[in-house]
Design a protein around this ligand. Structure first.
Ligand code: 0O2
Length: 281
């Protein structure tokens, strides 16, 4: 009984040590992912604040699971002590773009940081050189320093840049590969290649109407901003302006809400701003 519980205690202590080691090992990678995603999201925010079209639609990050790291190490025959140097995507960041044309812009954004806060080690263009599976994406492998309690630590990280369509395909294929333990039936592989071609065609089709879509998105953003400003002004005027003035302002707003042009909305905003000035709001 004592022996058995000692044994159990030893085993659980060993498990705990291993768990703690993984946690410690992955902690700087979590930091790298958090920093890199934050930096890219700030760039997105800056584009938005400047009222410019942002080539990045979404920025995601993840740290590879220990089981997945060990599986990759086993497949590539990487000894445990070489995992850090040889597995490049323990820290992974994914930038998803709306259009293929946005990808070179994101690549330039990252290249501009080369030797600033990161070092580019390698670029892999799986868009030009589509993988036999049908996988398309642009990969940039970087060396990234994180500041830890023990000092500066250089880590490898992988930035994947792809369109929404490429991502849709890759996520679906990844789930299937996981389910079939990497051994997809041939028929499913063929259908996936077919789906990858469809995603490629979708990207090309979307490119043909890219300007219209970009214009519509910009238009909607300006319109939303104007409507928000008008509502703020109306709210501020409610307690000071006359009932007739507020009814008139509301009537104009309702008339413009759905179909009003930007110029008409700008005119209403200017009139309300003038009224607010008169009333000292
Ligand atoms: P996870 O779960 O996303 O982390 P390799 O073993 O050759 O595939 P390698 O040499 O590390 O991988 O580099 P590669 O091929 O440039 O890119 C590795 C990552 O790209 C993969 O990580 C995937 O995220 C993605 N990727 C590469 N090929 C494919 C593919 O055919 N389908 C999908 N869905 N993703 C792919 P992991 O560790 O394989 O997976």
């Amino acid at each position: 009984m004592t022996l058995l519980s000692n044994q159990k205690e030893k085993e659980s202590a060993k498990e705990e040590v291993e768990l703690v080691n993984w946690k410690e090992f992955l902690y700087p990678y979590e930091q790298a992912v958090a920093e890199l995603t934050l930096k890219l999201r700030y760039i997105m925010e800056e584009y938005k604040r400047l009222g410019l079209y942002c080539p990045m639609d979404t920025v995601l990050g993840r740290v590879k699971q220990p089981s997945s790291i060990l599986e990759k190490a086993r497949k590539k025959q990487i000894p445990e002590e070489k995992i850090e140097e040889e597995i490049e995507d323990i820290a992974g960041v994914r930038v998803i773009c709306q259009f293929v044309e946005d990808i070179p812009k994101v690549i330039s954004l990252i290249r501009r940081r080369n030797h600033q806060d990161l070092i580019i080690l390698e670029e892999r263009d799986y868009i030009k050189n589509t993988k036999p599976s049908g996988y398309r994406s642009y990969h940039i492998i970087i060396r990234y320093p994180v500041q830890t309690v023990a000092g500066s630590k250089d880590l490898l990280a992988e930035i994947q840049i792809r369109t929404l369509a490429m991502n849709f395909w890759a996520v679906a294929e990844h789930s299937l590969k996981y389910k079939y333990h990497g051994q997809l039936p041939q028929e499913l592989q063929d259908r996936l290649v077919h789906c990858a071609e469809a995603a490629f065609n979708l990207d090309n089709e979307m490119s043909t109407i890219r300007n219209e879509i970009m214009y519509a998105q910009r238009y909607n953003k300006i319109k939303d901003g104007l409507l928000a400003d008008i509502l703020d002004l109306i709210q501020g005027l409610y307690s000071v302006a006359s009932l007739e003035e507020m009814e008139e302002a509301n009537k104009r707003l309702v008339g413009l809400w759905e179909t009003g042009s930007l110029d008409e909305l700008k005119e209403l905003k200017a009139d309300l701003a003038q009224m607010a000035q008169v009333y000292g709001v």
